[in-house]
Design a protein around this ligand. Structure first.
Ligand SMILES: C[S@@+](CC[C@H](N)C(=O)[O-])C[C@H]1O[C@@H](n2cnc3c(N)ncnc32)[C@H](O)[C@@H]1O
Length: 232
């Protein structure tokens, strides 16, 4: 794995956090934070939760965490792991976790890739990558997170038939993500018709989806399944 491929491009901090939020961040990460360097290779992410959840879902780049908190509140028997290097966003999620009393959330306040490298084969049931930074300039395309190296990690860590949900409102990135997905031998795109490009019924809009920063006609959602291992 090259250093370039695992370099995080983005911001880790926004406006200075008020003292209360700083305390919440330190205390919350002390309780719920994940340190990939402390995990053995091949780790079972369900072991990060007590009680042990029925399955583990991962959200990569949760931003300010509204979607993650929504999923955690509606799926109490699922363990939700969120990865996000933007600390102001992490503090927002931790505030929601505290306010809503969510007991099934764990947080990596950093790049997701070192964590994926430590997780065991087929240990995740569902992965969300919603509105990843599109890096629209041609010279920045190598920074796009959804590309073969990430898909390889997700193909290893997703269980058979595990669900991968991608979304973007940048049409070039949508085409890029779809091409990388279709090129990958371990994923199958589940869409059958135009309705399958829209947000699935069991998903809320995310913060970025509501902002519609790129001003296009709306978001495109791509759902894929991890093909069963050993299937012809
Ligand atoms: C455009 S924002 C979208 C946030 C949220 N998913 C939403 O839809 O509102 C993309 C987020 O991905 C995060 N991100 C970028 N690279 C990442 C990485 N390697 N691991 C985890 N998060 C990452 C960024 O910090 C940013 O907050």
């Amino acid at each position: 794995m090259s250093e370039i491929e695992t370099r995080f491009h983005g911001r880790r901090r926004g406006r200075p956090l008020r003292a209360g939020r700083q305390r919440l961040l330190a205390d919350g990460l002390g309780l719920l934070g994940i340190d990939p360097a402390a995990l053995p290779v091949g780790s079972d992410p369900a072991a990060l939760f007590d009680p042990r959840p029925r399955a583990v879902w991962l959200e990569i780049g949760f931003g300010t965490g509204e979607h993650l908190a929504w999923q955690a509140a509606r799926n109490p028997y699922i363990g939700l792991i969120g990865a996000e290097p933007f600390l102001n966003g992490v503090a927002r999620l931790l505030a929601a976790v505290e306010a809503e009393g969510l007991a099934n959330v764990r947080v990596l306040a950093d790049d997701v890739r070192p964590l994926l490298n430590r997780l065991g084969e087929a240990t995740l049931e569902r992965v969300f990558v919603l509105f990843p930074d599109p890096w629209p300039k041609r010279r920045h395309r190598a920074r796009r997170l959804v590309a073969r190296p990430l898909l390889d990690r997700l193909a290893r860590t997703l269980a058979d038939d595990g669900r991968l949900l991608l979304a973007s409102d940048d049409s070039d990135y949508v085409a890029w993500m779809l091409r990388h997905l279709l090129d990958h031998p371990d994923f199958a795109w589940t869409a059958r018709g135009p309705a399958d490009w829209r947000r699935p019924a069991d998903q809320p809009p995310t913060h970025y989806e509501e902002k519609n920063l790129y001003g296009g006609p709306g978001a495109t959602w791509i759902e894929a399944r991890r093909k069963p291992r050993g299937a012809a």
